[in-house]
Design a protein around this ligand. Sequence first.
Ligand code: NDP
Length: 490
Amino acid sequence: MALTKKQTAELAKQVFEYAPAPESIDHVKIQPRYGLFIGGRMVEGHSKKRFPTINPATEAKLAEVVEADEVDVDHAVKAADKAFETWARLAPSQRARYLFRISRLIQERSRELAVVETMDGGKPIKESRDVDIPLAAAHFFYYAGWADKLEWAFPNRKPKPIGVAGQVIPWNFPLLMLAWKIAPALAAGNTVVLKPAETTPLSAMVFAEICMQAELPPGVVNILTGAGKTGSLVVTHPDVKKVAFTGSTEVGKLIQRAIAGTGKRLTLELGGKAANIVFEDAPLDQAVEGIINGIYFNQGHVCCAGSRLLVQESIAEPLLEKLKRRLSTLRLGDPLDKNTDIGAINSKAQLERIQGLVESGIEEGAELYQPDCVLPERGFWFPPTLFTNVSQSYRIAREEIFGPVLSVLTFRTPNEAVEKANNTPYGLSAGVWTDKGSRILWMAERMRAGVVWANTFNRFDPTSPFGGYKESGFGREGGVHGLLPYLELN
Ligand code: NDP
């Protein structure tokens, strides 16, 4: 029996109660202390300094890791340099076999990795289980396929690896960013020294075990935990020939300055302030889901998050009504619960940054909307938030908040949409929602953004290059393009 309009509206308003559905953590063994992964082994490290890594949802300490110092960095780079001599000369099909093996092991240990990622970083288990870990495995699988086909990827050239790559990654997608960095580097015949972020080192430690399980030759992958200082020592080490960084624009600029004139290769994947643009002919219900996914996925800790919603004035009212209703159905809480949509904010420092920017939005005159939402007492939490009445000059429309906060602006014509979307120092991504294919192409051509999604948002695939314009950085990761920064093309 078909529902009447009134019944459908009533149903849409209903909020369903969910019984707790926590993912079991019995199968996961987090060690109380971790060393450094250098030369194919876990070693104690020269540095005696250690720091705790905590679960941001409970503030409970999970483990202690080493803050690697200059001597540790030097050991790791030397190990990588030594391994380069044989790894670069290994038959490419052999390199591929190791990468396939790593991909398989990530799949085999995916439940464990998902739990570790969620406990260490605060992201909902359904995201680490269904997005982060499968995509990390897919990345190794994809680049394994390229390892013995480099001469087909770059015809009439003689692709050669560069040497030791120094790689520094952030805390929002720890294992996935590790895969984005390590897989193309290894496929191209380079060796690596990687530093995970201070707040999320644990999945990299499990990855070190995976390298040992895969019997990867010693020194091909080295992993050093530590803070910003360790990262800076890695990228400035004289024997590091290629630097790959993902993180804030501020640190990206510091790195660029620090290595200027050294001849090191550099790729930077930095911040963003993406526009998600909804035209009046868009399917509104799908657009609402895309907007939600664009900004509330991973608590908005996403460099390409659709943090500015540009909505055509004629549909602003119905769209915002639907959006607010949908916001009130998002479930915030225990990240290990399989029904959770919004997990914990990654760290206290990040929570304070979000709170500061939200306060600036209120002070500057924007109108705040937050659904009724009970925040757990312990841990770091921020409710899904939406700002209307936002002017382009407000900080919440200009700066990367990196939290579950959406700023809504309106436009009347496609030209105005383009102008507002591009009115940012960043240029990482954008989204366009419309029924017309021609308009999608027209918009995509004019958008200064590395990725433009059409009638979807936050879709990732290892075959597709990803990277920015302007202050969002340079260089591409993913696809054939992702091999280029790791190769000399003679
Ligand atoms: P950072 O840019 O400081 O961190 C990214 C990585 O760089 C971490 O591993 C960090 O180590 C390391 N690092 C810090 N300083 C240096 C340095 N001088 N040389 C080399 N490596 C360094 O990001 P934050 O964690 O401070 O986050 C701040 C803001 O940055 C966020 O609010 C967000 O707006 C943005 N951000 C953007 C990301 C993106 O993907 N575009 C990712 C993360 C943050 P450590 O963790 O120990 O500090």
